[in-house]
Ligand binder design. Sequence first.
Ligand code: PHE
Length: 437
Amino acid sequence: MTADSLFDFMRSQRYTSLRIDHDRNEGTFRWSAAREWGEGMDWSTYGQSSDMMASGEWFDDERVLEAIASSGTKPHASAVMDLMTQGRHERLELVLDGGPDIRFLAGIHSTVQGPPAGGIRRHPRTQAEIAVIADILNLGRGMSFKDAAAMIPNGGCKLGVHSSLPFEDRDERFYGFLGYCIDRSDAFTGPDMGFSLQDADRIRQYTHNIVGGTSRTGSGGATGVTAGWGVFLGMEETLKVQGKEGMKGIRVAIQGVGELGAPLVEHLLEAGAQVVAADIAPEAMEARLLPIERRIGRKVTRVHADQILGIDCDILAPCAIGGVIGADTVSTLCCSMIVGGANNQLDARSKQQEIAMAAAVAGRGILFVPDFIVNAGGVIQGKMEHVRAEHFRLEDARAETGRIVPGNVRDILVAAKNLGITPLEAAYRKFEPIVYG
Ligand code: PHE
């Protein structure tokens, strides 16, 4: 075992779950762990068999901390608690399947507004565990604010799987285990990076707390469609606040033409914008762009993925990974505004770092519209599907997004201008009382 992995530590102790509760007001932590199942656990019967959780052995804070200390994992455990302190997170829970070593993480940032909502992601095993935990926690924090901005009665979380399992190795045990873990986290979720709509379909056989599968199973489809629509509306509103009407001739650079980027490109072309796009997977991008260009009769300019952030444009739209606006990239930006769909676009691990980065962007004369304000359409759709099930209609999610996203963008941009602060700070001022109660 390595000293920088809580999952390795869990395996060495035969723990199936490890939970860290943080009281953000008191600044105190409570660790707990359990041995709930053995190696032969058959997750493919989750939801059907009632005697799955026959027995369990529980360990309190003192016992777990003792074991951590004697295993040499203490510095790593302290680093995790530091992250939770910085981001004011409520709970981190790790669960191990007991069989092929499937590592599930739930980063629950806040439940003040209700059970948490947030997507599920996959991180390759080559990535260090601390980086995975930092990513999950950060994304979960973003979700609390996004869910507040989306006006849904949910807290925020992000779920993750730290695994390099190739697609063909994902069997019923894998999907059954994830169904169990999602239910256990009390969250509702949807496929995020590293999970496909087909994965969501498979997990749905075990839990109804996942949305965003294919319509084949009666699911509402990719939530990126509505998220992309919301980003488009957010761009329009940002221009309007600056006294500019319409998208015609506006040059927009899109980083990432995926589930969210592709619908965004389509709305932009339709509205007459000039679109420049790049993706780390150029063939996949072609497959998405060609039908859109054909349908609308207008072209997108392709550039190399390394060039997109520095492209001369009016609006830069990061729509892929997070952390792309950082100390090393901010000086190379050549845009007037940043309005994009990716989560956590600013490279930061806490609100303070994020605000500092937003100030650096503002210092370059660039208007940064907070990601959790503009990309809330995805969770708006997800919530509707979760509540309405077979009565869900995509048009309703679009309409709701149209009611919520532009209003938030306007409020925050106007407040920022009046108060002489960045839009990010204005957004925190508006939504912190909701998120933290
Ligand atoms: N993963 C989406 C996002 O990052 C939100 C979402 C949450 C979608 C839950 C569906 C279900 O915004």
